[in-house]
Design a protein around this ligand. Structure first.
Ligand code: UD1
Ligand code: CA
Length: 524
């Protein structure tokens, strides 16, 4: 069953090229509940790396074959805005069978039938567009029926081996050393297992040749599957040319079947990403510990300290500094922002010249305006902090709109939740809030207001007012000294521990009648 989505031709695409991506496999060796091709590499599902290349090259459209957890794969691919048609492979009968499921995607208009197909495994995210273009060029130049990408590995175990014609089998008209067949690891003889040249899983196949060949496949092999790789042998038997391009950078051929290979791919992609940003003018104090997802962008002269993590679609401006241990996910950070150590920022926006940290937690929906400051142990959520305003110590600011030039005192809390609903706090410009203030939302504070330290604000306050809510202070002169002498006199006189404890208690009890605060401090 196929579902058509408008097929798209980009300006860099190759005329007559259709692309088929195999992404239906089970991925058993991953031991995961998540479809293998959806496991992220540098923050992006691995299949999307391949979809990207396909989208840039295909003129006659891209078909992605999904099966195992197909709905999730479809969602990821379509959600990435890729112009693809999805074909379903309901039973995973092998790579040859998978490609065959894409046939109807290209069956429509005979005028637009691909003259050749590029076929890609969904699990080779390190492959580059440049290599694929080179493969396509080789295919054209050699007029081949099948052109495949190979790599010579130190350890080829697990991969299909590329068997070439030996010199002693030289056949009239055939190129020396030409590829003869691909044998899967599980089907290979002892001798064949020693071959170190592997099939990467990237092929260009002649448009007339592909589907008739796939129809002739049979599953007589160790895995009982329809192997796409058998079309190589078929082409050779029909006297058609098969050409092969050997990878210079073998990393590109890494196929991900296990978590070990996933970690290896992650390492390579992360290194590539770092090199790209270093080249673009970003300073990294310790590149190896700097973690940058593939969709992040960073302005030049920005400095990243060790152990910084930039995730998702984060955008960082120019001349910004991010200190150690900070993690920034899906944020937009302006130019010349300073982020001190150990900040966690998510889905928020920080404008030019702002200053954050250390230990700031921005939850989704925060906007820190120009030159504002957020400091030690401040948590914010769905809150705007106006230009030049400061919240430097120990605060929770949620569902609040705070104007410009505001001072948020240490320990200020917006009490935004009554157990059922969330409410807004609105604070005008130039408001001064002293330390340890609670704002019981919904509440609006007019501009220029001063709120005294320790105040609990429960009602709206008009502009320029003073708000003060405190229990009046009680001061008893000499009281503390008298209590100390009373206590030390009695303990010195009575050595047995139990007895002394008792005496102290009774003496406290007598004091308690006059001053309950003493009893409280005693309990601590
Ligand atoms: C395949 C190749 C092998 C090559 C290796 C490179 C075959 C028979 N073998 O082996 O020669 O060295 O890739 O990494 O092609 N898939 C489907 N439907 C299926 C089976 C697989 O869509 O029924 C998809 C998978 O999702 C995956 C790709 O095809 O993206 C490759 O399948 P996988 O099972 O990983 O093949 P390998 O055994 O690695
Ligand atoms: Ca594989």
């Amino acid at each position: 069953m196929t579902h058509s989505v408008p097929l798209n031709a980009s300006q860099f695409s190759l005329p007559g090229l259709g692309v088929i991506i195999m992404a239906a496999g089970l991925g058993k060796r991953m031991k995961s509940a998540v479809a293998k091709v959806l496991h992220p590499v540098a923050g992006r599902p691995m299949v999307l790396y391949i979809v990207d290349i396909a989208n840039r090259l295909a003129e006659q459209g891209v078909a992605v074959v999904v099966g195992h957890q197909g709905a999730d794969v479809r969602k990821a691919v379509e959600g990435a805005g890729a112009h693809v048609a999805v074909a379903e492979q309901t039973r995973q009968l092998g790579t040859g069978h998978a490609v065959l499921q894409a046939r109807s995607v290209f069956a429509g208009d005979p005028q637009r039938k691909p003259s050749r197909y590029l076929i890609l495994n969904g699990d080779t995210p390190l492959l580059t567009e440049a290599t694929v273009r080179e493969l396509l060029a080789m295919h054209e130049a050699q007029g081949a029926a099948v052109t495949l990408l190979t790599a010579v590995l130190e350890d080829a175990s697990g991969y299909g081996r590329v068997l070439r014609r030996r010199r002693d089998e030289w056949i009239q008209g055939a190129a020396d050393n030409a590829v003869q067949t691909i044998v899967e690891d599980k089907d290979a003889s002892e001798d064949e297992r020693h071959v170190r040249e592997i099939n990467v899983g990237t092929y260009v196949v002649d448009g007339e040749f592909l589907f008739p060949a796939l129809e002739k496949l049979n599953p007589r092999n160790a895995q009982g599957e329809y192997y796409l790789t058998d079309i190589v042998q078929m082409a050779v038997q029909q006297g058609r040319a098969v050409s092969a391009l050997r990878l210079r950078d073998i990393d590109e051929g890494l196929g991900i079947n296990s978590r070990v290979q996933l970690a290896e791919a992650e390492r390579v992609i992360r290194r590539r990403i770092r090199e790209r940003w270093l080249e673009a003018g970003v300073t990294m104090r310790d590149p190896a510990s700097t973690w940058i997802d593939v969709e992040v962008t960073i302005g030049c002269d920005t400095v990243l300290y060790p152990n910084v993590t930039l995730e998702g679609r984060t955008v960082i401006g120019e001349e910004t500094v991010v200190h150690s241990g900070s993690r920034i996910t899906d944020c937009i950070i302006g130019n010349r922002v300073e982020i001190l150590d150990h900040c966690i920022l998510r889905e928020s926006q920080v404008e030019e010249g702002a200053h954050l940290g250390p230990f700031v937690h921005l939850r989704p929906g925060v906007r820190v305006r120009r030159k504002a400051k957020v400091g030690n142990f401040v948590e914010m959520k769905k809150t705007e902090l106006g230009e030049g305003s400061k919240a430097n110590h120990l605060s929770y600011l949620g569902d609040a709109k705070i104007g410009a030039g505001v001072n948020i005192g240490a320990g200020t809390i917006t009490c935004n939740y009554d157990g059922w609903n969330k409410f807004q706090t609105v604070i005008g410009d130039q408001v001064f809030i002293g330390s340890d203030v609670q704002l019981i939302a919904p509440v609006t504070i007019g501009s220029g207001v001063i709120i005294a330290a320790g105040t609990t604000v429960t009602q709206d306050v008009p502009a320029d007012a003073l708000v003060l809510s405190r229990i009046p202070q009680v001061t008893r002169e000499g009281w503390a000294a008298r209590r100390r002498s009373l206590q030390s006199g009695e303990t010195a006189a009575s050595p047995p521990l139990e007895k002394s404890a008792k005496t102290v208690k009774s003496s406290t009890d007598s004091v308690k009648k006059k001053q309950p605060a003493v009893q409280r401090s005693k309990r601590r």
